[in-house]
Design a protein around this ligand. Structure first.
Ligand SMILES: *Cc1c(COP(=O)(O)O)cnc(C)c1O
Length: 430
């Protein structure tokens, strides 16, 4: 399979280059030349397949030409060492819990798959691979966990100072070994810009053998489409998916699942006040903006990096995107009220990101009362303990052991401004 840039269909590369280089030199994003579908045979029996069997089929559809079947199975099975259960709050209101992995957020799926695929792609090389990643909260922890102690790799994580939760920061800054954290005096968009600048610097990028672990990397998206199929098979009617979104990788993965043949009634993009995509769907006008801090911080993105892929999937047609995706945005105040409402009326503890999704699902079902919704619950509530305890009271959220142990570990991070020259200087010294 060949991959092309969203900016130039004639710029084509193979799988290894698309995954390891992550970003085409023209600043577009890689897309498969032909979007795979799963055949009739698969869709005849899909409701009876296990999570892993779905993973094997989807990964095979994307990567089967380039990676032998047994290697791909191992990559999928190593990724899916935990489940993604569906919790039904009412017969129409379903929650897909994506936080049962090691770092308690859905990013574990993408990061674990990517680390394993990269290790396979570089199995015969002795050059060290340097993974660069910008994080607004959860990506860094998932990538750090997925690559920790993987031989031949090191990871530099850029995160915005003061804008990630205390425990999220501990997930990035306490592993040591081949993982280093850079605390950037700026926003997530600054971190993302710095990462991009390093990639676009050909010489630096070659010398350090740089690769990106952000959702611009296609290998993170493919495993995220597994759970769309896995959850939909458990619901008796065709659902709408509601996706709390920031960089729109998760939503793009849903679009890939639909492309594979999954019946989906609708995708609902749920955002906080960083609402460039809902606004675009409303007006047809795409206006990236500086991001604003909210209590659903992993969605504080003003220039969503996967938007180019979404456009590519709809032939750049606003009308076609509107036929498939609705957008809804909510304030912090509404989100806080939703956290209380879900607890009080449904007995479920939902994190601020999931709460944005739940609000969108509720509003959407009011207009479409016959369609069940599956809302992606993207992180465990204990990752956002301050907000949860403000709304539900002290001790209201149980902290899983694997997160609790981090509280006492010492943070180690390098502080840096958001200046490109300073960042590149530092990189050059590594
Ligand atoms: C990353 C993240 C999101 C946003 O996902 P995108 O794929 O960037 O849209 C939402 N919620 C949580 C908890 C996250 O970590």
């Amino acid at each position: 399979m060949l991959y092309h840039s969203t900016n130039n269909p004639d710029h084509r590369v193979d799988l290894k280059e698309a995954i390891l280089r992550s970003l085409p030199p023209d600043n577009g994003l890689y897309m498969p030349d032909t979007l795979p579908t799963l055949g009739e045979e698969f869709w005849k029996g899909w409701r009876d397949l296990s999570f892993r069997e779905i993973g094997h089929a989807v990964a095979g559809a994307f990567f089967g030409e380039d990676v032998p079947e047994d290697a791909l199975r191992e990559i999928v099975d190593g990724t899916l060492e935990f489940d993604a259960p569906v919790v039904s709050l009412t017969p129409d209101d379903h929650i897909l819990e994506l936080f049962h992995g090691p770092t308690l957020a859905f990013k574990d799926f993408g990061a674990r798959f990517m680390a394993r695929l990269m290790a396979w792609l570089t199995r015969d090389e002795d050059r060290q691979l340097t993974v660069l990643v910008a994080t607004s909260g959860d990506t860094g922890g998932a990538v750090a966990s997925a690559f920790h102690n993987v031989p031949g790799t090191r990871v530099f994580i850029l995160y915005p100072k003061g804008k990630v939760s205390g425990l999220q920061e501990k997930q990035l800054t306490t592993l040591g070994g081949n993982i280093a954290a850079l605390e950037i005096d700026g926003t997530f968009d600054d971190c993302q810009r710095l990462v991009k600048s390093a990639f676009l610097d050909r010489e630096l990028s070659e010398r350090l053998n740089l690769t990106s672990a952000n959702s611009i990397n296609l290998s993170r998206l493919v495993p995220q489409s597994f759970y769309y199929i896995h959850s939909a098979r458990q619901i008796d009617r065709t659902p709408a998916f509601v996706i709390p979104s920031g960089n729109f990788g998760n939503l793009t993965a849903g679009l890939l699942a639909r492309q594979l043949g999954l019946p989906v009634e609708r995708f609902v993009a749920a955002t906080n006040i960083n609402d460039v995509v809902p606004r675009y769907l409303e007006s047809g006008d795409y206006q990236p903006l500086p991001s604003e801090a909210t209590i659903s911080n992993a969605m504080d993105v003003g220039a969503p990096s996967n938007f180019a892929r979404m456009q590519a999937l709809f032939g750049s047609s606003w009308e076609e995107m509107c036929d498939t995706i609705d957008g809804l945005a909510f304030s912090d105040e509404e989100t806080r009220a939703a956290i209380r409402e879900v607890k009080e009326t449904l007995g479920y503890t939902i994190d601020p990101h999931g709460a944005v999704g739940w609000l969108a699902a509720k509003a959407w079902r009011t207009a479409h009362p016959d369609t069940p919704t599956i809302t992606l619950e993207t992180a465990h509530p204990s990752k956002f303990l301050d907000v949860m305890e403000e709304e539900l009271g002290k001790g209201s959220v149980e902290i899983p052991e694997r997160l609790a142990v981090l509280a006492d570990r010492e943070k180690v991070a390098t502080s840096m401004s958001a200046d490109e020259a300073e960042f590149k200087d530092w990189l050059n010294g590594q």
